[in-house]
Design a protein around this ligand. Structure first.
Ligand SMILES: NC(=O)c1ccc[n+]([C@@H]2O[C@H](COP(=O)([O-])OP(=O)(O)OC[C@H]3O[C@@H](n4cnc5c(N)ncnc54)[C@H](OP(=O)(O)O)[C@@H]3O)[C@@H](O)[C@H]2O)c1
Length: 335
């Protein structure tokens, strides 16, 4: 059957789109990342169903990196296959990102932040995805040895060559972000976006990064806003489900991260979610989105129903002061 996207995908009352920093680009408040569950080890038809369902629900942004899989590179191949089968007619409605920074191939040019690595890696990514360009290309992590001028110069060259429309950085500290933004501004290619981790359980961005982003007009897209599934109902049954990330040998969430202390907090938070008429996942997403500089919450998923649930956050993004204070109390409580 030929895929035809839902006619209702941009209907009022559904997805909300926010401007990314001081740019012309809007992103959905929920974007979908392909880090887990889209690799060669995963079921292709499930990955395809998730991408189609997400797009039908107004999720116009899919986030990748060269090394997503496993094996590394295979998530980009999956995206390429779904583009060819289903989504190619909608290319101009999609924001597709990729990154380079972590280890991808052997030898001195297969990781970090040199011009050699970034440009070669993006060329490989474009081939795997069957695309002429990505919408956003990121330096995936700061490189302590390569001059920042070289890494930012490579991003600028990538935009000028037509391989990417916008550029971003990920995992850069507030100070590195400030410098990167200044170098890029001097080159004439603004830094569109920063991709940091941020969730109720991981709040490092509140310590300076969000201020720098606001000052420089850079949007934030926060990864692992559900703490890889901890901030959902996934682990509230008292066991680690066999099909969960924590149970997977290649999952980045280890069973040891699923602690009684964390689960007690999630149970308490869930009462606030219930009172708001939201699921736990929706509460966790609304909470990162409470900052206006946070353009999008970048979720993962292992099945279409999770995407449907997460997208539902768009219906209730507002918090009362009392709710925020109650959340703060739960998060700051010692075990
Ligand atoms: N820039 C970087 O360095 C970096 C690093 C990490 C991630 N990222 C990006 O961020 C994306 C998201 O990261 P993440 O996957 O860790 O995000 P996450 O949204 O915190 O976690 C996703 C996991 O949570 C569970 N889940 C999702 N929605 C749910 C729902 N509604 N109800 C119950 N459980 C739900 C699923 O776990 P189960 O699989 O157990 O079902 C899913 O795999 C990645 O795909 C990638 O694009 C970037």
């Amino acid at each position: 059957m030929v895929y035809v996207a839902s006619e209702n995908r941009y209907e009022a009352g559904g997805m909300v789109y926010r401007r990314c920093g001081r740019s012309g680009l809007k992103l959905p408040v929920v974007s979908l990342g392909l880090w887990h569950n889209f690799g060669g080890v995963d079921v292709y038809e499930n990955a395809r169903a998730m991408l189609r369902r997400a797009f039908d629900l107004g999720v116009t942004h899919f986030d990748l990196a060269n090394n997503y899989g496993p094996p590394a590179g295979s998530a980009e191949e999956t995206l390429g296959k779904v583009m060819a089968q289903d989504l190619a007619p909608y290319r101009d409605e999609l924001i597709i990102s990729s990154k380079a920074g972590y280890w991808m191939w052997n030898g001195p040019y297969g990781e970090w932040g040199s011009r050699k690595y970034l440009i070669a890696s993006l060329d490989q990514s474009l081939k795997r995805m069957g695309l002429d360009y990505v919408d956003i290309f990121y330096s995936h992590r700061p490189d302590p040895e390569t001059p920042l001028e070289e890494t930012m110069g490579a991003l600028d060259a990538i935009v000028r060559s037509g391989r990417a429309l916008y550029v971003g950085i990920s995992n850069y500290s507030p100070e590195q972000t400030r410098r990167a933004a200044e170098i890029l501004a001097d080159l004439g290619t603004p830094c569109l976006i920063h991709q940091p981790s941020y969730s109720m359980f991981n709040r490092w961005v509140e310590d300076g990064l969000l201020d720098v982003l606001e000052e420089k007009g850079i949007g934030a897209i926060c990864f692992s806003p559900l703490a890889q599934g901890l901030l959902t109902n996934r682990y509230l049954g008292g066991e680690i489900p066999d099909d969960s990330r924590a149970a997977k040998p290649h999952g980045f969430l280890r069973p040891s991260h699923v602690t009684d202390e964390k689960l007690a907090k999630v149970r308490a938070l869930k009462q606030i979610a219930d009172a708001r008429g939201q699921t736990m996942a929706q509460l966790a997403l609304a909470w990162v989105l409470r900052h206006p500089i946070v353009t999008s919450a970048l979720v993962g998923a292992s099945r279409p129903a999770q995407i449907e649930d997460s997208v539902g956050v768009a219906a209730n993004l507002a918090f009362s002061d009392e709710e925020l204070a109650a959340i703060e109390t739960i998060l700051s409580e010692e075990a």
